[in-house]
Design a protein around this ligand. Structure first.
Ligand SMILES: Cc1ncc(C[n+]2csc(CCOP(=O)(O)OP(=O)(O)O)c2C)c(N)n1
Ligand SMILES: [Mg+2]
Length: 513
């Protein structure tokens, strides 16, 4: 057995199921070893950002480590933006990067680069294997690092000779480390503050947004009257009818500050102290009133357990009363606006859907409309590095083949990684992509207006406009093997989306806004 075979067998023993790969010559022993291991599915991404974004989506939905296989420094570099998002999401992702043979490296061949320096900012753990006999145990350690609760990015660099030279055999998978327990002194202190608070709120993120955390948060709300808020860009929320309702903190700092202004205690559970997405002249970075924020559990702690302990400390009822059922949105008619698009999606999305929201300005209305939708999972762009939506939807569909994935996708962001459509077609994934075709970088136009530039000049207009030529998403999708239609009115979108949700396999709808 060579090093590559020992590594792939280790991956299988540790329960890794899929390798999101874009390999090159320095990874070929690993590619060959995958052929000998039926337990691991190899999924080709046509750009490394597709592989890393899909790994993130897979990890968020499967709750287990995802594996990428990438080619040297340049291949890895192409995947960094979505690893940045994965790091913010605290997704367990293991990157396996091939490198030149150890004895070839000193010759500085064209593809040589400093992979450790590229990997370090997005990886909590980085190692370069030195011999073939160490490759399997290094890999077992990489998996264990990625799965350190709640999850992180780990990167192993595997020189080609360490892959093809002989090895002793696979390494035993390490048991998963326990979640750091929340500080129970905090629980008591938070309970005391909540009892004295007139206008409390809970800001929930990460583990607090799953079923158990949300149920505990609803108990606390029932006992104290606290409002339930969530982060602007959550990793994953379990939401929809029958689940506790949450208000998303507004994106723009003035609105978020206004929302939080009257709040005397803001309990942070799985969320950090909220800050503005960007700094603006004359606007404070911190969003909550001074002294209001109190940390119950950081995103790296078990926020659900901390919320349960807090609910018990407050003597909250064992179950919060169920929220009154909301009617699903009425069918809008006529012009296709972001509000109409949000209402139509929330009306039609099936039970158990996974909604990946990179809808940018067009996705805002959807979030509140979807409160009445049947139970579903909602994934957002955690790190703000656009081009994550379609890859993430691809990975989510591979993690949950029984569930319908809806990729709510802004057009400009979609162009970064649209090759994900080809992977969706090749793997026949159940993903409906809804392109919000406003044919602009609308958010940047809004930001120019906020900055007081009422009449942008020709260059500012050219750099924020996506027409001339007008892209044809239906042709692009078909080119990648994905059937596609265009909708210009609310009625057309309703019709197209109903048909798309009823059919298996990938499909794309270009909604002209
Ligand atoms: C990797 C990366 N590159 C560039 C940006 C800057 N950026 C933020 S939003 C945006 C355009 C978004 O346009 P679109 O996706 O069409 O959404 P819309 O604003 O039209 O709703 C750009 C270029 C970014 N956030 N991340
Ligand atoms: Mg746009």
């Amino acid at each position: 057995m060579n090093g590559a075979e020992s590594l792939i067998r280790t991956a299988c023993a540790a329960g890794l199921e899929i390798c999101f790969a874009n390999p090159g010559t320095t990874e070929l022993p690993l590619v060959a070893a995958l052929d000998q291991e039926p337990g691991i599915r190899a999924v080709l991404g046509l750009f490394e950002g597709v592989c890393t974004g899909a790994a993130d989506g897979y990890a968020r939905m499967a709750d287990r480590p995802a594996l990428t296989l990438l080619h040297l420094g340049p291949g890895f570099a192409n995947g960094i933006a979505n690893l940045h998002n994965a790091r913010r999401a605290r997704s367990p992702v293991v990157n396996l990067i091939g490198d030149h043979a150890t004895w070839h490296l000193p010759h500085d061949a064209p593809l040589s680069s400093d992979i450790v320096s590229l990997a370090s900012p997005v990886s909590a753990w980085v190692r370069t294997t030195r011999t073939s006999k160490e490759l399997a145990s290094d890999f077992a350690e990489a998996i264990s690092a990625a799965w350190r609760p709640p999850g992180q990015v780990a990167t192993l660099i595997a020189p080609a000779d360490c892959q093809w030279d002989p090895a002793d055999g696979p390494a035993r998978p390490r048991p998963r480390e326990a979640f750091p327990r929340p500080d129970f002194a905090n629980v008591e202190a938070t309970a005391r503050r909540l009892r004295q608070s007139a206008t409390p709120a809970l800001l929930l993120g990460h583990g607090a947004l799953r079923e158990a955390g949300l149920r505990a948060a609803a108990r606390i709300a029932a006992a104290t009257g606290a409002s339930l808020l969530c982060e602007v860009f959550p990793t994953r929320i379990e939401r929809g009818a029958g689940r506790p309702r949450l208000e998303k903190l507004p994106y723009f700092p003035e609105q978020a500050q206004q929302r939080l202004a009257g709040c005397d205690v803001l309990v942070l559970a799985g969320a950090r102290e909220p800050v503005s997405f960007f700094g603006y002249p004359g606007v404070a970075s911190r969003l909550a009133p001074d002294g209001a924020g109190t940390v119950l559990a950081t995103p790296d702690e078990d926020a659900a357990a901390a919320l349960e302990a807090l609910a018990d400390a407050l003597g909250a009822p064992a179950r919060a009363p169920a929220a009154a059922e909301l009617p699903r949105p009425a069918m809008p008619g006529g012009a296709l606006t972001p509000a109409a698009l949000g209402a139509i999606l929330a009306r039609l999305q099936p039970e158990g859907a996974i909604v990946v929201d990179e809808g940018a300005t067009s996705g805002l209305a959807y979030f509140s409309a979807a409160e009445s939708a049947p139970p579903h999972s909602y994934l957002a762009l955690t790190g703000g590095a656009i081009g994550q939506g379609m890859p993430c939807a691809t990975g989510a569909a591979l993690a949950c083949p029984q569930r319908k994935v809806i990729s709510l996708q802004a057009d400009g962001s979609g162009f970064y990684t649209l090759q994900a459509l080809w992977t969706q077609a090749r793997e026949q994934l159940d993903v409906v992509t809804l392109i919000c075709a406003n044919r602009s970088y609308r958010i940047l136009q809004l930001e120019l207006a906020r900055a007081g530039i009422a009449e942008p000049g020709a260059k500012a207009r050219a750099l924020t406009d996506l027409s001339h030529p007008t892209p044809d998403w239906t042709a692009l999708a078909r080119g990648f093997g994905v059937p596609a239609t265009r909708a210009q009115t609310a009625e057309e979108l309703h019709h197209a989306l109903s048909a798309a949700l009823a059919a298996p396999g990938p499909c794309l709808i270009e909604a002209i806004l």
